[in-house]
Ligand binder design. Structure first.
Ligand code: AP5
Length: 261
């Protein structure tokens, strides 16, 4: 379940780990401003639920780390948008997600992080899931003041090998500049510099925040306060998810009873 090779490399790659022992897979979308902690929570959720952490940003970064001649013109263009902190065009993102449809159909479930990010992407995803008969379990929306978000982004460091995420003061590695998990070197993402951070936050408000209303109308939204340490936010997330699952189950029983009358 934890093997993301088909997501990161595309349909020609096959995951080694199967999803055979997941009884009720979770299918989640994580919403929230850049730097709110979606990736950190997705990792914790992945460890607890088994569902794969599918980040569109990770796919673009993985493609960007290949040599220049292996990069398609669409990927080169996408990397330019990312560096500036702007969104990659919907058509490029959608093409990339659509060719990874097997990951959405996976019996282990999924945790979508960073997608959808515009109303257009959300509509396309809804249509695809409806056609495939896949139901989202919930959309988790993480919420935090902009000042705290800027601090989180400015201090973020990422491992160049395993992509584990640290923070200079909040989640420092044991040895400065070195990954605890694999000894890889830590680096600062290009889009975590002040100019790009400003553009990303403005873009979020303009293009992504409207998705909160979109998913509220669909009855899928779960709002979560994202202040405090990651473990506390994770505990809050699990409580909210359980209470949603109980509500959905109760609603199904109620509907079944109504239909029998
Ligand atoms: P993407 O990679 O998706 O980045 P993002 O959404 O901007 O989110 P981040 O990864 O920056 O933050 P996060 O919320 O995951 O926070 P994290 O857990 O790392 O996208 C990058 C770019 O790709 C986009 O700008 C766009 O160009 C392009 N792109 C991707 N998808 C696209 C799409 N669908 N459409 C169009 N374009 C797309 O945490 C941040 C820091 O805070 C870390 O240092 C962490 O250690 C620390 N931290 C986390 N939690 C806590 C806590 N509770 N307390 C203290 N510190 C914490």
């Amino acid at each position: 379940m934890k093997d993301r090779v088909a997501w990161l490399q595309g349909p020609s790659a096959h995951c080694e780990v199967t999803s055979a022992n997941v009884q009720t897979p979770w299918r989640l979308v994580l919403l929230g401003a850049p730097g709110v902690g979606k990736g950190t929570q997705a990792d914790l959720l992945n460890q607890r639920l088994g569902a794969c952490h599918l980040s569109t940003g990770d796919v673009f970064r993985a493609a960007g780390s290949r040599s220049e001649c292996e990069q398609s013109p669409a990927i080169k263009e996408a990397l330019g948008y990312m560096r500036r902190g702007a969104l990659v065009p919907d058509s490029t993102v959608w093409e990339m997600v659509r060719e990874r449809i097997a990951c959405l159909n996976c019996g282990g479930g999924f945790i979508l992080d960073g997608f959808p990010r515009t109303l257009g992407q959300a509509e396309s995803l809804k249509q695809l899931l409806d056609t495939e008969g896949i139901m989202l379990s919930a959309v988790l929306s993480y919420e935090l003041a902009a000042s705290a978000i800027v601090t989180r982004l400015g201090g973020r460091r990422t491992c160049e090998k395993c992509k584990a995420v640290y923070h200079l003061t909040e989640r420092p590695p044991k040895v400065e500049g070195c990954c605890d998990r694999c000894d890889g070197k830590l680096f600062q993402r290009e889009d975590d510099r002040p100019d790009s951070i400003k553009v990303r936050l403005e873009t979020y408000e303009r293009s992504t925040a409207p998705l909160i209303e979109f998913y509220k109308k669909l009855g899928l939204l779960v709002q979560i306060e994202a202040s405090g340490p990651p473990d506390e936010i994770f505990d809050r997330t699990v409580v909210e998810m359980e209470s949603r699952r109980i509500k959905v189950h109760a609603q199904k029983l109620w509907n079944a009873g109504e239909n029998r009358r």
